[in-house]
Design a binder for this molecule. Sequence first.
Ligand code: THU
Length: 160
Amino acid sequence: MSTTFPFKHETFQSIKDLPSDIQSLMLRAEEQLDYAYAPYSNFYVGSALSLESGEIYTGCNQENASYPLCMCSERVALYNVGTTHKTFKITALAITAYNPKKELTEPCMPCGACRQVIQEFEHRQGAPIPLYLASKGHYIIRLDGITELLPVGFSIDHLL
Ligand code: THU
């Protein structure tokens, strides 16, 4: 099965088809799958993001017996940046998933909470964050930014 995505995106058949810097970023995201802690869902997620400075930050999901405490991979990576930088420019965010019990063939789609957080980081840096979404070993989609997945979202503009 291959999903028809109802938003603007570009498709890459495999990691080898990505630009070389994004290939490396996706490999860093794949490395994070080893550190993901997902004994409850079996859904392992790794993320890696690049900063304009050249630094790479990573994250993976961390689950808990108290299910609502589970933390997504994307937010671990983004909050890593937020807790170490006052200003930043994230130039790409790569996300990949793996399930040892079920072959995932479709790209990992960020959950609603992570879409909201990615939107806030885009606002903070004043620029969209290109997203590369994958499941390990399968095709990858590229989105220009989170607006494709969270159009007309709730934001700081509603508060000030
Ligand atoms: N998860 C992520 O880490 N990122 C996503 O984009 C989707 C979901 C995690 C949360 C939880 O540990 C597991 O995947 C199943 O929901």
